[in-house]
Design a protein around this ligand. Sequence first.
Ligand SMILES: [Zn+2]
Ligand SMILES: [Zn+2]
Length: 350
Amino acid sequence: MKALVHDGYGNISLQERPMPHIEEAADAIVRVTRSTICTSDLHIMRGAVPRALPDTVLGHEFVGIIEEVGGDVAGLAPGDRVAVNCETFCGTCYFCKHGWVNNCVHGGWELGCRIDGCQAEFVRVPFAASACTPIPDSVSDEDALFLGDILATGWWSAKIAEIEPGGTVAVIGGGPVGIATMMCARLYDPGCIILIERDPARAELANKLRLADRLINGDAPLDTIELAVQALTRHGGADAVIEAAGGSTTFEMAWRIARPNAVVVVSAMYEQDQILPLPRMYGKNLTFKTGGVDASGLDEVMALIEAGKLDTGCLISKRYPLNDILEAYRAFEAHEDDCLKAVITPWEDR
Ligand SMILES: [Zn+2]
Ligand SMILES: [Zn+2]
């Protein structure tokens, strides 16, 4: 089968790889019908993800059709349409039982990182019963496509941000994760969502979709951004801040625009270490929640998609067959034509 492989030295190539097969009784083989390129794939490609292994098929955001299941996979059968979780988790270890599936002792972020991922024709999905969310008939593949990664991230970030009705949420970064985050934050009925974004096209989209109530130019100096947020809030900053950008100044921005006693959620992935200057924030009494998404409870998110309460169709900029995935990477990385999400469709015999 065809698959997109990274070599661990910054190179990616489209290769012929052996068909995956059932290795454990909890595995399923899924035929990929839609996948995406995620910014995390670019981080891996650049060598900025220490846990990533070389010579691995990239990709961890996808939907597909079950081809085959192992003997221990309950509730799934060949032919089922499923959205697959970016996290691999057993569902029974200490961390899974607490909902901390990113730290599952048997998994975490494995697909497209430590084991072969979804930018291929087929993929082996471990712990398939935990990983696969069935797609209802009324939901299209593309409507469900982001469930297992960016929508899961937005859902998790909004949930742990402790947003109260009428409160102010500041979201840093209006890229795909930022958009999914604002959509999920809106479900908590905040009084105001402030988006800080440097790309005018992305800010405009968030405004047009009514995801952000207020926009602040992310290119402005940090002092200016801090003052702008203070001017829009009543208690010296946002009640909750979600940092979804991962830029060179956005971590500092996140704690500076938070009001005292706010929750600061950092879902962004950085390529460099960040500084936590505790003396400067002493007495601000912030709560930081950081790290990789605990992508569990996605049945609930799928039900919101089915009910029309979460609609991520706006993220799909362009579609490329697997044949042209290298071109898709180039366009995605360059933000060409304001590309938010490049969707990969199946291989075409030409
Ligand atoms: Zn991702
Ligand atoms: Zn586990």
